[in-house]
Design a protein around this ligand. Sequence first.
Ligand code: NDP
Length: 256
Amino acid sequence: MSMGLEQFRLDGKIALITGGNRGIGLAIAKLFGEAGARCMLTSRSETPALKDLLATDPDRYAWVQADVNDEDAPARIVAATLERFGRLDVLVNNAGVAEHGDFHDFDDERMHYIFDTNLIAPFRIAREAIRPMLEQGSGSVVNIGSISGLVANKPQLQVAYNSSKAAIHTMTLTMAFEYAGRGIRVNALAPGYVVSDMTAGGIANEEWNPVWTANTPMGRFGQPEEMASCALFLASDAASYVTGALLVADGGYTTH
Ligand code: NDP
C-alpha cells in the first residue's frame, strides 16, 4: 500500500462546503483548492473574500446562494454541485450559528433556530449528498462540531449551541457506522476557540477573552487555517482508515 504524501491531496475530488464564504469554511475552501479539489461553496451572503476566490480561480470554485434552512436548499445545492462538477466526493457541513443566554430564559424559537441550522440542515444536506456517494461507492463527510459538544463553555452560556454540537457528534458516529461498509467515511472536527466572525464579539469582550485564553493551555486562539488542515486530513485518503472519529483541535481546552 502506497502511503506517500499525495494521499493528503484531493486531486480530482469534488467538495461541497457549506458556509464557504468566510471564517473556517473559507479557509477550508482555500486549502482544499490548493490540495487539488474543485469546490462548490454555499452561503447566504457573497462576501468580498468569496468574490475574490471565485474570480481568481473560476474553474476550481463555484458558489450557490442558499439558506441551509430553506426547504429546498439541500437538494438544490447538491444538484448544483453535480451539475457543475459531475460528482461529489467530499461534503463539509460547516455552516453554523451560535447564540448565548441563560438556560432558564432560552426560548423555543431560538432553540429551534440553532438546532435547525446546526443539526437538521447538516442532516438534510448529508442525506442528499450521501445518495450520489452511494452510487459512486465512495465519499467522505466532515461535520464541523465543537468543543461545545463536549464541555459547557464559560463564561458564556449557550444551551442550544452546545446541545446541537453534541448531537452532530453523535450523528457523525451513526453515519460512520451505517456507511463504513459502503466506501463512505464520516468524521467530525471539534474546534476550540477560533478567530472568526462567530467569536469576534467574545474576543473583544474584556470579561470573556481572559477566561477563554486562560482555559486554553496553549494560551492563544486558533486560526481558521489550523482547522482547515484538520478538515483536509479527514477528507483525504490520508484518513482512509478513519471513520466515526472526532478530531479535537482546541489548543488543549478540553484536557482539563
Ligand atoms: P462564522 O460566523 O465566521 O461563519 C458561519 C458560516 O455559516 C458563514 O459562512 C455563514 O454564511 C454560514 N451560515 C450560517 N447560517 C447559515 C444559513 N442559515 N444558511 C447558510 N449558511 C449559513 O463562523 P465560523 O467560521 O467560526 O464557524 C464555522 C463552523 O465552525 C460553525 O459550524 C461553528 O459552529 C464551528 N465552530 C466555530 C468555532 C469558533 O471558535 N469560531 C469553534 C467551534 C466550532 P452566511 O451568514 O453568509 O450565510
